[in-house]
Structures are given as C-alpha cells and as structure tokens.
Design a protein around this ligand. Structure first.
Ligand code: OGA
Ligand code: MN
Length: 146
C-alpha cells in the first residue's frame, strides 16, 4: 500500500550545527540514554494537497518510539484502534511542535495525517499548507533467528 500522497522524502545524516543542536534536544527529550536510534533522520515534505493514509510503521525497521517535529504547517493526526476502529482520537499538531508516539499508540493504533479537506480539529478548520516533518525513530530490538 502506498501510504503517503503528494510528497518528497529524504533521509539526512549530515545537518548544520544549528539543526544538529535542535535534533539533539529532540533526541534527548524522546529517548533515554543509550537507546539505539536510526542514525538517519527521515524528512517528509508534504505539499498542500499531500496527506498520509492510516498505517502502522513497520515493526521490522522501526522500534517502539516515533517522534516527529512538524514544520511550516499545522495539521491533524488521527489515531484509530486496529482492533476497534471506534476507538479513535485526533491530535492537533501545531507547527513547530513535537509529538511522540509510543506504547499502545505505536502498535495498536494506526496514525494518519488528514488531507486539507478533512483537516478539522474540534470543529475548527486547520488549514493545511506545505508541511515538513522531521522524524526520529529508534531501532527495533534484534531477535536472533533460530
Ligand atoms: C511516517 C509518518 C508522520 C509525519 O512517515 O511514517 O507517519 O508527521 N509521518 O509526517
Ligand atoms: Mn508513520
């Protein structure tokens, strides 16, 4: 399934000193010391009409925690229970805010970023503009195969 529409993406390992400081603050906030993290940071550039369909990040490639910095535009993220779709919640991701997905939200709920037409929070329109997210993830725990 193609989960993301209207986007460009890249993975960046080399950041300016200023960005590096910000990323380090994010990592120190999100991950306890010593947690192995993906060294490449995922940067997703959604255009105004871009959106992300419901999905759960691959458990093979990504560990228990996903942290995203939302830049340029606010947006609405919806979480929906995989077992019980009536169990859902919407989160207002303000521009320049950080969200952290872990625990049940990571494994038992899908997450999605609503398209502009559907981008409402508490009855209020949250206009979607171009949005860049900077996403840090930790590594999954390796299990030896027998
Ligand atoms: C993803 C994702 C959310 C975001 O890339 O898997 O869910 O904030 N991104 O861009
Ligand atoms: Mn995701």
């Amino acid at each position: 399934m193609q989960a993301i529409h209207g986007f460009r993406e890249t993975e960046i390992s080399c950041w300016s000193k200023e960005s590096q400081e910000i990323l380090q603050r994010v990592r120190d906030t999100v991950f306890p010391p010593g947690v192995p993290q993906l060294s490449l940071v995922h940067v997703l550039d959604l255009d105004k009409s871009g959106y992300i369909k419901p999905h759960v990040d691959s458990v093979k490639f990504c560990g228990c925690t996903i942290a995203g910095l939302s830049l340029l535009s606010s947006s609405v993220m919806r979480l929906v229970g995989e077992q019980n779709p009536e169990d859902w919640m919407e989160l207002l991701l303000l521009r320049r805010s950080l969200y952290i997905i872990r625990g049940a939200a990571r494994y038992e709920f899908t997450h999605e970023i609503l398209k502009d037409e559907e981008s409402f929070f508490d009855g209020q329109k949250i206009p979607r503009e171009r949005r860049i997210s900077v996403i840090c993830r930790n590594l999954p725990v390796l299990r030896a195969s027998i």
